[in-house]
Design a protein. Structure first.
Length: 610
């Protein structure tokens, strides 16, 4: 910011307090600012018994005046930050309602505290194929172990985040919900399972908690957020619900002639948006569907493209517009199949959806899209509104930002691998990747917003060494890391592991890495090109080849980052790192696992995998 928010001349604070406030406030998110405002309001209400403030759920005096303050713990497990943001929001609401909530990351939560909890609200995402996010692994393991305590005095509720296109939708949240009840906890309000468009369901869950608290404590539940605070804290009015139209500046193919891949370097202008970001954040892109696919949908369904329906935002529009901009028309989700099977009365689809046929359903969905279901199981007589009612809202796609805001103000860069493939006799293409690469004209605009990821951040210490594992487009955030480190004058060493198929056609940003190497910004780069040799070599093999030096970097305090494929690459890299710690540290497997957990808890092992 250009000036301090507070000074000793315009406030009642001491010089030391002013200094602390000016350091803290600019770093707070909107949710944190709102939470702090609510916390202070609730705290003050509890102290003063003020009647002119928001009526808290349980406005009681502080403990030293003879009564206990109502407390609650909000516990989150988050891979990309969505669960954390919702946890902050719930804390803000609880504070406004007179509670004193504690916000806790599962990665730093002390399990022994569990027995002392009265109200526990768990917000957790599911990562990959039913796995807990990185910061929830240890707590998830503890809760399902023999060490988990009896929780007869606990009241809890779970908000589960997931993606219904995955087989094990919201599994981690379901695990926590089931296990807490098994341990004796009482479900305070029902678990909510949220798909990628989670806002409404999450808000309903939060409102349900506040109403349940009000009913249980027999006091009014009032939720109010100070407009002044919200305005102060929000640097930009653009968000997932209100994206900014960013002008396309550059769409450059960065794979060479003859490559089996089409990877684009995309640059967008954020000028006038007031949007900013940090290295490690993602850019949300709100795409539109392929016009040819929309036309085929309308033809196969036999519906009028001008029929009026409700779009994904609750507004009336034409069927053609709703299918173009409002709804997901490619990915098959289980909820879609369940609704469709009921309408079409198909025994075959019904059989696939039975629990014992999970593997058959997985095989059926693989390589198919919604259009295949509609063609294979026609549904004559369906209305336009019934048709869109089967579909989920078109979710934004997140891309790791490949640039530093400090180095490129008012711009944001992406590294996008264009998805095109053949399956079941049809040509397929990625919704957002082909939207960005093919359908946005020169000087056209792309609806975008910044998705902050606090779990993938550069260290504050500019002297800390970095090890970055980024094969393929996973290298994108490390381009941002190096830009940021260079402009900040960071002295810490930087080591990049990059991998792809072929050296001559797929060495993304090669000139930039060599330039950083020459300047000394990039201390070392190790590469693995899997199709250039008879034996396939990947980044994890390069790690193992350099195990002694890699372990030495860790012992020096290096931060270890991984970005890219979650299904194969990330587990292979994790296993290689475990083997390196075990070998070079001369420790048992159990001790190596402990070492890695310590790295994660100290935020020195961070992953952005998808």
């Amino acid at each position: 910011m250009g000036h301090d928010l507070f000074s000793t001349q315009n406030s009642i604070f001491t010089e030391k307090q002013v200094e602390s406030l000016n350091r803290l406030i600019p770093e707070l998110s909107a949710e944190q600012m709102t939470w702090l405002s609510g916390y202070l309001a609730g705290f003050n209400a509890a102290q003063q018994g003020a009647t002119n403030m928001v009526q808290p759920i349980a406005a009681q005096p502080l403990a030293d005046s003879g009564a206990a303050i109502r407390t609650a713990t909000v516990l989150f497990g988050s891979q990309t930050g969505n669960a954390e943001k919702l946890a902050e929001k719930l804390c803000a609401q609880l504070s406004q309602a007179g509670f004193v909530p504690t916000l806790q990351d599962m990665g730093s939560y002390k399990p022994r505290q569990l027995k002392r909890e009265n109200y526990l609200f768990v917000i957790v995402s599911t990562h990959g194929e039913g796995d807990p996010p990185d910061n929830a692994e240890a707590f998830h393991e503890f809760l399902h172990s023999k060490k988990a305590p009896k929780l007869d005095g606990l009241q809890f509720s779970v908000l589960a985040l997931g993606d219904s296109s995955y087989e094990y939708f919201c599994k981690t949240g379901k695990d926590f919900d089931t296990r807490l009840e098994e341990l004796g906890g009482k479900r305070f309000s029902q678990r909510a399972d949220c798909d990628v468009d989670y806002d409404d369901a999450a808000d309903a869950w939060i409102d349900g908690i506040l109403q349940a608290l009000s009913k249980q404590l027999d006091t009014p539940a009032v939720v109010a957020v100070s407009p002044a605070v919200a305005t102060q804290a929000t640097a930009s009015s653009y968000s997932r619900k209100n994206p900014f139209s960013a002008t396309l500046l550059e769409n450059l193919r960065i794979t060479g002639r003859g490559s089996s891949k089409d990877v684009r370097h995309i640059e967008l202008s954020l000028e006038g948006s007031q949007l900013s970001f940090e290295p490690g954040d993602s850019l949300g892109v709100v795409p539109s569907n392929c016009p040819e696919l929309v036309a085929e949908f309308i033809e196969v369904s036999g519906l009028d493209p001008r029929a009026i329906v409700t779009n994904g935002k609750g507004e009336d529009t034409t069927l053609e517009d709703a299918l173009s901009h409002g709804y997901e028309i490619t990915t098959i989700t289980r909820p879609f199949l369940e609704k469709y099977a009921t309408l079409v009365e198909s025994r075959e689809l019904g059989r696939l959806l039975q629990e014992e046929n999970r593997s058959q359903l997985r095989n059926f969905i693989h390589g198919r899209e919604v259009i295949d279901v509609i063609r294979g199981f026609p549904l004559p007589g369906i209305t336009a509104n019934q048709f869109v009612g089967l579909l989920r809202k078109l979710p934004p796609r997140l891309y790791s930002i490949a640039s530093s805001y400090q180095a490129n103000p008012d711009e944001v860069h992406l590294t996008v691998a264009v998805v095109r493939y053949q399956s079941h006799g049809r040509s397929r293409k990625g919704v957002a990747t082909t939207f960005l690469s093919e359908r946005v004209p020169e000087d056209g605009t792309v609806p975008v917003y910044v998705d902050s990821n606090k779990n993938f951040r550069l260290p504050e210490d500019l002297n800390a060494p970095l090890v970055m594992i980024g094969p393929g487009t996973g290298v994108a955030p490390f381009r941002a890391f190096l830009e940021e480190r260079e402009i900040a004058g960071a002295k810490g060493k930087n080591w990049l592991f990059f991998g792809d198929r072929h050296f001559h056609t797929d060495f993304l940003y090669q000139r930039e890495w060599l330039d950083y190497r020459k300047k000394g910004v990039l201390t070392r780069i190790d590469v693995a090109f899997s199709r250039d040799e008879e034996k396939k070599t990947y980044v994890q093999h390069r790690m193992l080849e350099n195990s002694r030096e890699l372990y030495a970097w860790l012992e020096e305090g290096a931060y270890f980052y991984v970005c890219g494929d979650a299904e194969y690459m990330a587990p292979d890299v994790h296993e290689a790192l475990l083997a390196i710690v075990e070998k070079e540290g001369c420790v048992s497997r159990e001790k190596a696992v402990e070492y890695m957990r310590d790295l994660q808890q100290g935020r020195r092992y961070q992953r952005d995998v998808y």
